[in-house]
Design a protein around this ligand. Structure first.
Ligand SMILES: Cc1ncc(COP(=O)(O)O)c(C=O)c1O
Length: 486
């Protein structure tokens, strides 16, 4: 099959994006007819001299946008029912702008016009092992309603602007004391800024500390939400490998000292592998940061959940040199729609971050901040975390047992002692997307791990979130999965 695709390894556009654009244009112009079969990812990769992951990523994007479809056992085809809006679509760049406008996007806007996933789309299925969601049905919603309505009645000022864009002072005090008790974070309320979830925290950090071209070292594989924020600001990313003890600091030190301004890490529970950054490596990383002048972003997104092992104190608490910005969130311990998180900053950065927060959105909602303050100070937060820890521990064990009993030694389970998800390597000849699609047809949602890699992924790795599923759903989900993979 002659595809006449041309890609340029030296072009600024990533390779997968070039393959995507070429295929998309071929479909829109009719060069690739509806219903036409595409080559396998392996053979197109060979034809183009690129990695298979590159082609897979382009196919994924085209699949998610409806240009392609897969037919189980037969392959990937140009969609037979292309929506009219796609057929009349102009090229991506002009589609984003009004046709008669000459307005140019800023460099930041340009980087956002890329249609790469911000998060991996999830299929609409009965049993979803999607990661990152807590058990919503166990959240004490009646209590929350009571706390919200308590403040609706008693504080007219919850409706007003506040002078303090850093967040409600009693909430910052409650968080400082919680962090010092539970995570050995060393801070006062004056170093804490309340933000709209970790994502706003990461966005502020990037905008305030990064100019285009500045280097950020990231874990490989690593969290897509952070990487997208860094790339949108024009950062150059340096992937650093992760093993069972977390980020390999020697690799960081050897390869990239001069260029790197920030290092982004998830030391309590590396995302997605689940590795815990060992104490010696923590100390090594801190010593390196002090020597090189780089700052460490510590994303402690689900550190509350450790099973059977004592938590390792946060990097921030070990730091002697103002090298760490600690990022925390209530998305996992409470619920993500709350959109409340916090940054713990070195003193010298507080002023500029407070102004950055003001310019971004002035303040987080006061009503939720008041309710959350009571939730923490009245002891509900730690009680809820204790309950969820024991529930997630059971669910995690059920998942591990189900995987072992259905797959035996065909699975390798990583990061099983912490968090709300497992990473699982499945020994199979099937392609990752094929597995995801077969699972979806059987009503089961799982996510392949390859989009979390900057470079080529080893493949056959999947992320299983389990916090939201009950034991029966977990068992049934794994059973169905084993049936479609066998
Ligand atoms: C590594 C990591 N950090 C942070 C978050 C949470 O982000 P937010 O606080 O914006 O909801 C997630 C969510 O899945 C995550 O995986």
């Amino acid at each position: 099959m002659d595809f006449a695709i041309s890609i340029d390894p030296h072009a600024p556009l990533s390779l997968y994006r070039q393959v995507y654009e070429e295929l998309r244009q071929a479909i829109l112009s009719g060069r690739l007819a509806s219903g036409q079969k595409l080559p396998s990812t392996r053979s197109l990769a060979q034809l183009l001299g690129v990695s298979r992951a590159t082609v897979t990523q382009s196919y994924e994007l085209l699949l998610s946008e409806g240009y392609l479809e897969t037919i189980m056992g037969s392959g990937t085809f140009v969609c037979r029912q292309l929506p009219d809006e796609l057929l009349s679509a102009a090229p991506i760049d002009s589609k984003l702008q009004p046709a008669n406008s000459s307005i140019h996007l800023s460099a930041y806007g340009e980087s956002l016009s890329d249609q790469a996933f911000l998060r991996i789309p999830e299929p609409d299925v009965k049993i979803s092992f999607s990661y990152g969601r807590p058990a919503f049905d166990k959240f004490p919603i009646d209590l929350w309603r009571k706390l919200i309505s308590r403040h609706c009645h008693s504080h007219a000022d919850v409706l007003d602007y506040t002078e303090d864009s850093m967040g409600y002072q009693p909430l910052r005090e409650a968080i400082a004391s919680y962090l010092s008790r539970s995570r050995a974070v060393n801070c006062s309320a004056e170093q804490i800024i309340i933000v709209g979830g970790s994502q706003q925290g990461l966005d502020l950090i990037t905008r305030i500390l990064i100019d285009r071209g500045d280097g950020i070292a990231v874990e490989e594989p690593g969290y897509l939400g952070a990487r997208r924020a860094f790339l949108a600001q024009g950062a150059s990313l340096f992937p650093v490998s992760v093993d069972q003890s977390g980020l390999i600091i020697s690799e960081l030190i050897k390869s990239i000292i001069p260029q790197v301004k920030l290092v982004y890490v998830t030391p309590s529970h590396q995302f997605p592998t689940g590795a815990v950054l060992s104490l010696p490596r923590r100390l090594e990383l801190l010593a390196w940061a002090q020597k090189s002048g780089a700052m460490i972003i510590e994303d402690d997104y689900d550190s509350e959940y450790r099973y059977g092992e004592r938590p390792i104190p946060a990097l921030q608490g070990l730091d002697q040199g103002n090298s760490v910005i600690y990022v925390g969130t209530f998305s996992k311990v409470l619920f993500p729609a709350l959109r409340l998180g916090y940054l713990v900053l070195p003193q010298n950065l507080v002023y500029v971050f407070a102004r950055g927060k003001w310019l971004a959105d002035r303040q987080c909602s006061l009503l939720e901040q008041y309710a959350l303050t009571d939730f923490i100070t009245e002891g509900h937060l730690e009680r809820h975390i204790r309950r969820m820890r024991s529930l997630y521990d059971q669910r995690r064990q059920t998942l591990v047992h189900a995987l072992i009993s259905h797959f035996g030694d065909r699975v390798k389970i990583l990061g099983e002692n912490a968090g709300m998800h497992l990473m699982v390597k499945i020994n199979t000849n099937l392609h990752d997307n094929e597995i995801v699609q077969r699972a979806a047809l059987a009503g089961v949602g799982i996510g392949a791990a390859y989009p979390q890699y900057l470079k080529d992924s080893p493949g056959s790795e999947f992320i299983f979130g389990y916090a939201e599923l009950n034991e029966q759903q977990i068992q049934l989900g794994v059973k169905r999965l084993s049936q479609v993979i066998s």
